[in-house]
Design a protein around this ligand. Structure first.
Ligand code: C2E
Ligand code: CA
Ligand code: CA
Ligand code: CA
Length: 275
């Protein structure tokens, strides 16, 4: 109803009932699928342009659906918006990512860092920093192998102080903080002053017409002047890569290099590309 506008009377239509029912059904299926272990992470390489090496991987959630195959988050977005399920999916993400990092360390795979996406619900618990520290210790994964990606919107509204405190704690422990989808949220610049940010991720909507985009250049310069590395996502074409390289972008990620891949393909990718 929020898109209904201020002066519009929202009428409950039969089709909306169906949407509500579909949502409830999806959440029910997701709950079951979590219990069945159907959620997993795919890994997309992040390339360091100066060194021309793999800097790390972003971990992205996938649902191995028994009938529909591998589903991206767009197919289960409602679950990330549900308090309980987003916390459960957050748990799955950390368990999977840390277990995988442990295995790669044991196998000598030079994966760099793994970046895990965090939802605002995970901050709301107030225990996120402690949780992550405990999990790192349990898996014996060094904190400097982990990056967390947060979107600007986690800082909005409620408890900005809790978020800032959590982020500071994680940063002090050696976890890198990436500000995701930079430029698409609210009060972008103000956020940069409230807590430590190590990486600015430029959203792919800006990157995809980078050739004539002053915003991308401005963000790259801003990051450089604030001592942050700038990561461009959604790099698909050689022209985009060339423009980003010319502007001095630090790291890039996109289909031009690789789509998100199952964990089993990571070692071969690193070997072929160079770590
Ligand atoms: P995001 O964090 O902005 O992740 C980048 C998205 O861009 C990913 O979509 C990735 O597959 C896609 N992408 C990367 N390179 C390209 C490219 O060259 N072209 C195009 N068209 N797309 C590219 P994906 O995997 O579908 O994930 C969508 C969103 O779901 C993510 O956006 C993130 O907000 C959310 N998400 C994914 N995994 C998690 C998770 O474990 N936890 C949380 N809270 N959110 C997650
Ligand atoms: Ca991300
Ligand atoms: Ca992003
Ligand atoms: Ca994005």
């Amino acid at each position: 109803a929020k898109s209904g506008g201020r002066n519009r009377c929202v009428i409950f239509k039969p089709s909306m009932r169906t949407q509500v029912e579909q949502r409830i059904e999806l959440l029910r299926e997701v709950r079951l699928a979590i219990a069945q272990g159907e959620f997993d992470l795919y890994y997309q390489p992040v390339v360091d342009l100066e060194a021309n090496r793999v800097a790390g991987f972003e971990a992205l959630m996938r649902w191995n659906h028994p009938e529909q195959g591998v589903l991206p988050p767009a197919a289960f977005m409602a679950a990330f918006e549900d308090t309980d399920l987003s916390l459960q999916l957050g748990e799955v993400a950390f368990e999977r990512a840390l277990g995988q990092m442990r295995a790669w360390i044991d196998e000598g795979v030079e994966f760099g860092r793994v970046a895990v996406n965090i939802s605002s619900e995970q901050f709301r618990t107030g225990r996120l920093a402690k949780d992550i520290a405990e999990k790192l210790a349990a898996w014996k994964v060094p904190a400097d192998k982990l990056t967390i990606e947060v979107t600007e919107n986690v800082y909005m509204g409620w408890g900005a102080d809790v978020v800032a405190e959590t982020v500071c704690e994680l940063h002090a422990a050696g976890v890198l903080i990436a500000l995701d989808d930079f430029g698409t949220g609210y009060a972008s610049l103000a956020n940069l002053r409230q807590f430590p940010v190590d990486r600015l991720k430029i959203d792919k909507s800006f990157v995809q017409n980078v050739e004539d985009d002053a915003i991308v250049r401005a963000v790259i310069n801003l990051g450089a002047s604030m001592g942050m590395k700038v990561v461009a996502e959604g790099v698909e074409k050689p022209e985009q890569l060339a423009a980003l390289t010319a502007y001095g972008c630090d790291q890039v990620q996109g289909y031009h290099f690789a789509k998100p891949m199952p964990a089993a393909q990571v070692a071969a990718f690193v070997k072929a590309f160079g770590a």
